[in-house]
Design a protein around this ligand. Structure first.
Ligand SMILES: [Zn+2]
Length: 254
């Protein structure tokens, strides 16, 4: 239980008005404000558009999970034994994504945006250097789960054609190579995949980020180094989005 307000002793009435008005210190709640103790939760890292499905190694926070597609639903973040006042949101990811966040503990699951929508990561999260403060902090009860549904906006999985000793990759099927430009650093104005990692037939390569190279069309791209595996017209490829989402705030005395 929160401690009783030191001004009104917990009855919520202002003793300086003869108890005729709500206590101004606690706004009539009778509870002492608890500044809390710093704490941070994180979901992930998990990977969308991964080379293969992988189960999480730490399921409570979905650490290490991988999905061979662009969506992952029901990702969890377990609140521990103290109420948690969420004050800042942050995310780190390879590419932008959309997300639907919920407090799964409050009965039907309180959503932080309209229930059928997912919000673009740039509109919901700050960066780790510039966390986004919540306009009003939100308190999660003990032992509840923060849950989230994620959709990757930029990666992809498919099948490509590659030749041993050549840096050129040709699309065959699945996600087209992403020709959209990056929304910002590190490669503003260049295709968002330039400089990113691509898994081809189970081996990681890097897509060239040289000017005029990299993703040259939706069906052709150039690696930073020659492909060194067996020549194949049915090589699986994936360009993955690794995501971590953090909730910074304070633990409250329960
Ligand atoms: Zn009070």
């Amino acid at each position: 239980m929160a401690r009783a307000c030191s001004t009104c002793r917990g009855n919520g009435l202002d003793p300086y008005t003869g108890n005729s008005a709500p206590c101004q210190m606690c706004e009539g709640t009778g509870k002492q404000f608890d500044p809390g103790r710093f704490f941070i939760y994180e979901m992930g890292p998990f990977i969308l558009n991964a080379p293969a499905q992988v189960n999480a190694t730490f399921p409570q926070y979905f650490v290490g999970a991988a999905q061979n597609g662009s969506t992952l639903n029901g990702v969890t973040c377990q609140i521990t034994g103290s109420p948690f006042r969420w004050m800042f949101s942050m995310a780190k990811s390879t590419f932008p994504f959309t997300v639907q966040l919920k407090d799964a503990g409050s009965g039907s699951g309180r959503s932080f945006c309209p229930q059928q929508l997912q919000i673009h990561s740039r509109n919901l999260f700050g960066t780790s250097e510039n966390p986004m403060p919540l306009p009003t902090p939100y308190v999660f009860d003990i032992n509840v789960q923060i849950t989230a549904d994620f959709t990757d906006l930029a990666g992809g999985v498919g099948v490509c054609s590659v030749t041993n000793g050549s840096p050129n990759v040709t699309w065959i099927s699945g996600s087209l190579f992403n020709t959209a430009s990056s929304p910002g650093p590190p490669y503003p104005g260049l295709p968002i995949w330039n400089g990113a990692q691509i898994s081809i037939a189970g081996v990681n390569y890097v897509i060239s980020n040289a000017l005029g190279s990299g993703v040259t069309s939706q069906t052709t791209l150039v690696l930073a180094a020659n492909y060194a595996g067996a020549t194949s017209a049915v090589a699986p490829f994936s360009v993955s989005n690794s995501i971590r989402v953090a909730f910074m705030g304070v633990e409250l005395s329960s």
